[in-house]
Ligand binder design. Structure first.
Ligand code: CTP
Length: 211
């Protein structure tokens, strides 16, 4: 009889982080969080434990997930670091802001005449941190590319020392369906195209097969 795989603990990040300039204004991106939430749902349905680290979204987290709500890239980095040691797999589906304002005003900034220049500093690359610190954990990154999809995604796979990269295009943002390409350091590209919930199920299935 085939051995049943033990329950795994996935840490899944989702949503677009917000980098506040002042109490009411922020820099963010167009991520809806749907892929991350669909992955969390699929992992739970397959019987696994899920810690969902989520930036603000309009979505309801799947029942059964341990939800950690964060706002900025720095908050998300701290939450991932807190849960990483105890997980079997990290899926970085979040759209983490690459830059954050150097100055964060404590009160709403007043409008002035003329140009406004913002100074931004790089955020920590959470996926690369996980790639450097992993022991037994399987680390999965997403790569959103609008040109040279496979070549650019492959660079991220190796430079961030991930165990799998899932490449897609900006066409995936906000939509119901998506087309993604999966690659590990040991295998070629696999194309998957489906509704996001079905796609999530296929991704979880292939990840579980590799852990
Ligand atoms: N990522 C991360 N921390 C960041 C930025 C990105 O962990 N500060 C993760 C994302 O969650 C994703 C992967 O890195 O899993 C690739 O993100 P992407 O935005 O496609 O690429 P970047 O590394 O940000 O590079 P670029 O924007 O130049 O394509």
């Amino acid at each position: 009889m085939a051995q049943k795989k033990p329950t795994l603990h996935f840490v899944i990040t989702a949503g677009g982080t917000r980098e506040y300039l002042d109490p009411v204004r922020y820099i963010s991106n167009a991520s809806s969080g749907r892929m991350g939430y669909a992955l969390a749902h699929a992992a739970l349905k397959a019987g696994h434990k899920v810690t969902l680290i989520t930036a603000p979204t309009a979505l309801t987290p799947p029942r059964g997930a341990d939800v950690v709500s964060v706002v900025s890239a720095a908050d998300m980095a701290a939450a991932v670091k807190k849960y990483f040691n105890r997980c079997d797999g990290l899926i970085m589906a979040a759209a983490v802001a690459d830059y954050t304002p150097v100055e964060k005003a404590k009160v709403k900034t007043k409008k002035e005449k003329g140009l406004l220049t913002l100074r931004l500093e790089p955020t920590e690359d959470i996926l690369a941190w996980a790639g450097r610190h992993k022991k037994k954990q399987f680390v999965i990154g997403f790569a959103l590319e609008d040109c040279d999809l496979k070549a650019n995604a492959e660079k991220k796979l190796y430079s961030k020392n991930a165990d799998m990269i899932i490449a897609n295009t900006p066409a995936a943002i906000g939509g119901d369906s998506s087309c993604v390409y999966l690659k590990t350091p040991h295998t070629g590209w696999t194309k998957l195209q489906d509704k996001k919930d079905r796609l999530a199920k296929l991704i979880i299935r292939s990840v579980v097969g590799l852990i």
